[in-house]
Ligand binder design. Structure first.
Ligand SMILES: C[S@@+](CC[C@H](N)C(=O)[O-])C[C@H]1O[C@@H](n2cnc3c(N)ncnc32)[C@H](O)[C@@H]1O
Length: 193
């Protein structure tokens, strides 16, 4: 089984050069992606499953998808500085890292993922993650979809709803995206290990 994590950001731009210091300072909130990346790199070592992170840049002049199988990251990311460096390199010189990058609309991205995965949309109004039917989750790859520092836009949600996602919640408070990723993994680890 593979676990996909799709996170969308409307603020990150590939046209504006990044430095580690500016990312740490919050430029375009690339730091949200680097924290998610670090969390997922740490969690992936605890499973047999393959982890794939899909970062989507939804700014109208971007529409870029970065698909990153975490087992291909070398050397492995072990701390916040390395995660930030990776994101800076990915956005400044994408070709050098050998990561698959595609320019596509959000709907096209969802269509290609849907051929391979069941969708779970993370929203505080969804069904409690601990009440999901575990057996039905074991039959296919799982794709968890969430916003970054902002929620998905209404248009993105409309597109996503066409794929009939399961809406899941990790609580009635709003959490940081990187924390939501950790909570999902805590759940997956206890249920699927
Ligand atoms: C930092 S939140 C987005 C901004 C947030 N809605 C706000 O206005 O404070 C990032 C993403 O994490 C997910 N998320 C946050 N809290 C959640 C919760 N309690 N249950 C499920 N997903 C959550 C959602 O997908 C959300 O778009």
């Amino acid at each position: 089984m593979n676990f996909f994590f799709l996170i969308s950001s409307s603020t990150i731009r590939t046209s504006i050069p990044k430095k580690i210091k500016s990312v740490v300072g919050g430029q375009e909130r690339v730091d949200v992606f680097s924290r998610i990346l670090l969390n997922l790199c740490r969690w992936k070592n605890r499973y047999n499953a393959k982890f794939v992170v899909v970062f989507y840049l939804s700014h109208p002049e971007e529409n870029f998808t970065f698909t990153i199988p975490l087992n291909l990251i070398s050397p492995p990311i072990e701390n916040e500085l390395e995660a930030t460096e990776f994101m800076v390199n990915l956005l400044n010189s994408p070709d050098k890292l050998g990561i698959n990058i595609e320019k596509q609309y959000f709907f096209s991205l969802l269509s290609s993922l849907a051929s391979d995965c069941d969708f779970f949309y993370l929203t505080s109004s969804g069904k409690d993650i601990s009440k999901l039917d575990e057996d039905s989750m074991k039959s296919n790859n799982l794709c968890f979809i969430l916003g970054s520092q902002m929620d998905l836009t209404d248009t993105q949600e409309e597109n996503l709803n066409k794929f009939d996602p399961t809406l899941i919640s990790v609580g009635d408070k709003e959490y940081l995206a990187s924390h939501v990723v950790s909570i999902i993994n805590h759940y997956l680890f206890t249920k699927f290990q």
